[in-house]
Design a protein around this ligand. Structure first.
Ligand code: BGC
Length: 317
């Protein structure tokens, strides 16, 4: 096909981002719209179709030039059949045949994979992981996602569930709260944007003296900004989120010994206020020999890693 283009979809808890890449994986155009009600899988699939068609229509390309569509989906998937088995943060997807539905709607080959695996591939391909064969990528957003690349290849495991880092149950039972996966005390209950927001709201309800009580509709960024300004409540929340991320990295160092940890997703833009305490916890809990020359860096493709990696599913197929 001449001038073939490749479409990537990054489905998030609040937004669906779609993008067009060329054969080399270069991102040419993007569009983003709201995810809509997370309980309604059919509507989410309809929005995915609608945003892809709008994206292509707003460019000089046509749907005929689309070689295929890759999609990064937050949850537990059967990648071979393209069925979303379940999704902790998108309750509308339960044994949902997303690949078939999107193929029927778009009349294109569709491939789906876990959103964080796809972001890790994007970073490994053209971002902070370029040239590094052993890395672990976290995505910190509505949930905590993970992608593990070893020997240049994504680690899928027996049933494709490898790298579900957000569901490591690291929080002590006494402090554990319920996670969308059905368990309690998962890393993502504390170290995701959702977790940070929840902890801020709870602190306000407890009557803690914090400048966050003046903020309407608190977002994770408000908590990081308040922490930077020295707000003690915000600092405690950020340190708690960082502590468990750092601990999880120490454990991963023991299991797979990566050279680099990459942090993506909205929260990774927080900078040193988040990265410093993560590194401290990582240093405290890891073996010196497994952390030698290992670094923890922000994702380079930022919010684009998901769409680029998703388009990459098709480009590399
Ligand atoms: C899901 C993962 C996903 C992550 C980030 C978690 O709740 O289990 O599959 O990668 O959220 O979206």
């Amino acid at each position: 096909m001449s001038n073939a283009i490749y479409v990537g979809i990054d489905l998030g808890g609040t937004a669906i981002k779609v993008g067009i890449c060329d054969q080399s994986g270069k991102l040419l155009h993007t569009y983003e719209g709201p995810t809509g009600p997370r309980e309604n899988g059919e509507e989410i699939a309809a929005r995915m179709e609608q945003y892809v068609r709008k994206l292509v229509a707003d460019t000089s390309y046509s749907m005929d030039q689309v070689s295929g569509v890759g999609a990064g989906i937050p949850g537990f998937l059967d990648t071979a059949t393209g069925v979303v088995i379940s999704s902790p943060n998108i309750p509308g997807f339960k044994n949902f045949p997303l690949k078939d539905i999107l193929e029927a709607k778009l009349q294109k080959t569709v491939m789906i994979n876990n959103d964080a695996n796809v972001a890790a591939l994007g970073e490994a391909w053209g971002g902070a992981g370029k040239g590094i064969s052993d890395l672990v990528c976290y995505t910190l957003g509505t949930g905590v996602g993970g992608g593990i690349i070893i020997g240049g290849k994504i680690l899928t495991g027996f049933t494709g569930m490898a790298g579900e880092l957000g569901h490591m149950q690291l929080i002590p039972d006494i402090e554990a709260i319920a996670c969308g996966c059905g368990h309690k005390g998962c890393l993502e209950t504390v170290s995701s944007a959702t977790g940070v927001i929840r902890m801020a709201k709870e602190a306000i309800e407890r009557g803690e003296q914090t400048e966050l009580s003046m903020v309407n509709d608190i977002q994770a960024k408000d908590v990081f900004d308040a922490a930077k300004a020295g707000d003690e409540t915000a600092l405690r929340i950020v340190h708690r989120a960082a502590l468990y991320l750092g601990k999880s990295m120490a454990m991963l160092s023991i299991v797979v010994n990566p050279q680099r940890f990459i942090l993506g997703g909205g929260m990774s833009k927080a900078g040193d206020i988040l990265f410093q305490p993560i590194y401290e916890a990582y240093e405290k809990y890891s073996l010196p020999t497994s952390r030698q020359n290992v670094d923890i860096v922000p994702a380079l493709l930022g919010n684009d890693a998901g769409v680029v990696g998703a388009a990459g599913l098709i480009i590399s197929s």
